[in-house]
Design a protein around this ligand. Structure first.
Ligand code: KG4
Ligand code: ZN
Length: 343
């Protein structure tokens, strides 16, 4: 069993987690001892998106506060940790630096408690991808091969996973990410950042069939996505129909995104004969998306996995989980920010 302290600061959440991990790549088991997420969303809301320098300033303020109050006492009690993990990318470069610098700052103290402690850089996207493992209760023998769909504020990626250790990207967005599109359409509807959850709320009272928005690239014979045209379609629609209820616009827009994501995901599942669908990233918090993928997976006799509620959007528990998988694979990234890292 190893104890992992993870730090996440790639965007506008300052997060720490202390996670114990054990088991092999064939059956890793995790226990989240403590997870703290300090969201700056309210600060960025008035700007309509994350302002990197405000985010950086807040991380610098929050990192020592959270660590000293909630983690140092816990760690001291157990004589340190075995692995210190920190997100090195992708993300906003000034924000990534704050996490990396803080890890370097506490490293010496932690090494005094455990001289054997290792330090590892973690890919944020791998964190999302593996986040479903944090709450998994059973073995993983029936999961692979699987289609992985990462839908966050910065990325929309489709992967085929042969195992936890081996996967290949088969498609991604050519312009806006799914979460970014939710946020931009929210702005068109005069809603604050982050707009995803607010659109989901509005959509609950609307008719998803009210407006026929495009399903971009759904019928293209590849696994790429493109969402900027959908956002423009909503813009033009609102210009022509300013009195239209926001509920119907939100529901019809959300239906277009979900149908597009689900269409490509299940086409990949069929082509690659997978046993499961794994959903991850901030947009995985969307209940309509989860239910649609879950329903379709059952119909096709496939399993569906998604992270538990608190682990969809950015958090550090998922960074600890990815750090453990990489530890088992004997891989790690240097402690150096890489804003454009991918999977
Ligand atoms: O993964 P995440 O926390 O940060 C990135 O790594 O980008 O994802 C944040 C994104 C935002 O665009 C946010 O609007 C979206 O996830 N999001 C949602 C929902 N909750 C968060 N989108 C749709 N429905 C939701 N319920
Ligand atoms: Zn994220």
């Amino acid at each position: 069993m190893i104890r992992i302290l993870a730090i996440e600061t790639s965007c506008d959440e300052t997060a720490f987690a202390l996670v114990t991990a054990q088991g092999s790549l064939a059956d890793p088991v995790f226990k989240i001892e403590k997870s703290v997420i300090s969201s700056q969303a309210a600060l960025h809301a008035e700007w309509g998106g994350v302002v990197p320098n405000i985010a950086k300033r807040e991380h610098i303020k929050n990192l020592p506060l959270i660590f000293e109050k909630s983690f140092r006492p816990l760690i001291a009690k157990s004589q340190g940790v075995d692995l210190l993990a920190v997100t090195v990318g992708p993300g906003l470069e000034p924000c990534l630096w704050t996490g990396v610098n803080f890890a370097e700052q506490i490293r010496k103290d932690l090494e005094k408690m455990n001289p054997e402690m290792k330090v590892a850089g973690v890919n944020h996207l791998e964190g999302h991808l593996y986040s479903f493992l944090a709450s998994k209760k059973t073995g993983i023998s029936k999961i692979f091969p699987a289609v992985g769909l990462i839908v966050s504020g910065g990325h929309t990626i489709l992967l085929i996973m042969e195992s936890l250790a081996k996967w290949q990207k088969i498609g991604e967005t050519r312009d806006d990410a799914a979460g970014e599109t939710f946020d931009k359409v929210a702005r068109l509807l005069k809603l604050p950042y982050p707009g995803g959850p607010l659109i989901e709320n509005l959509a609950r009272d609307g008719n998803p069939k009210a407006i026929a928005f495009p399903r971009p690239m759904l019928n293209h014979k590849n696994y790429d996505f493109s969402f900027s045209g959908l956002k423009t379609a909503v813009l033009y629609y609102l210009q022509k129909n300013p009195a239209r209820s926001a509920d119907d616009v939100a529901a019809s827009f959300q239906a277009a995104v979900i149908e597009t994501l689900a269409g490509k995901t299940f086409r990949a599942a069929e082509e690659f004969q997978t046993r499961s669908i794994i959903l991850a990233g901030g947009v995985a918090a969307n209940r309509e998306l989860r239910q649609t993928l879950n329903r379709e997976a059952r119909r096709k006799k496939m399993n569906f996995f998604a992270p538990p509620a608190q682990l969809n959007t950015d958090n550090a528990a998922m960074i600890a989980v990815a750090a453990y998988i990489n530890f088992l694979k004997k891989e790690s990234l240097p402690i150096q920010p890489q804003a454009n890292l991918t999977v």
